[in-house]
Design a protein around this ligand. Structure first.
Ligand SMILES: C[S@@+](CC[C@H](N)C(=O)[O-])C[C@H]1O[C@@H](n2cnc3c(N)ncnc32)[C@H](O)[C@@H]1O
Length: 153
């Protein structure tokens, strides 16, 4: 998350918070007046997060990343400054990948960024089709080592 300008970030979105490993680190770093919308498909994880993380800046949503624009609108929020995604795109169909990447692009404000953690490069063509800049970093200090795509409109 070194790419995130924490002073500027007011609206952050996380796709697939799971058990909240990344969620907790975002909450530690983000401004007191910022909001983190965490969108998770698995209801059990949503319940678990609601029981274990008590932070008024966190808005937990049971739903799909594909609906990010609708979810932001329902939360009364404008476009996102950052979207952090660790959902398993390799398990999704081509149409689902395209939809989530495209919706992410449209949910971001002009200076916003999409950060994607992945274990392979298969998402790269989809990212390049929606974003004008896609930078690739490799984080060795992760179990397992992971690719981080930094995408800007
Ligand atoms: C690899 S896990 C992420 C783990 C989590 N970020 C962590 O660090 O603990 C992927 C998560 O994405 C969720 N997921 C998969 N497809 C999704 C979608 N379309 N929208 C939102 N969440 C999704 C899964 O339910 C799962 O919790």
């Amino acid at each position: 998350m070194a790419e995130i300008d924490w002073d500027r970030a007011r609206v952050l979105v996380e796709f697939g918070p799971g058990v909240g490993t990344i969620t907790r680190e975002v909450l530690k770093r983000m401004r007191r007046d910022a909001v983190l919308v965490a969108i998770e498909l698995n209801e059990e994880f949503v319940e678990h997060l609601g029981e274990t993380i008590h932070d008024t800046r966190l808005r937990l949503v049971h739903g799909s990343a594909a609906d990010v624009r609708r979810i932001l609108a329902e939360q009364g929020l404008a476009a996102a400054d950052y979207i952090i995604s660790s959902i398993p795109y390799s398990l999704l169909s081509a149409a689902e990948r395209q939809e989530i990447v495209s919706e992410s692009r449209h949910a971001l404000q002009a200076q916003g960024s999409l950060l994607v953690f992945q274990f392979n490069r298969s998402l790269l063509p989809y990212l390049k089709s929606s974003f004008s800049s896609v930078k690739l970093n490799f984080q060795l200090l992760n179990i397992l080592p992971v690719l981080v795509f930094h995408c800007t409109p």
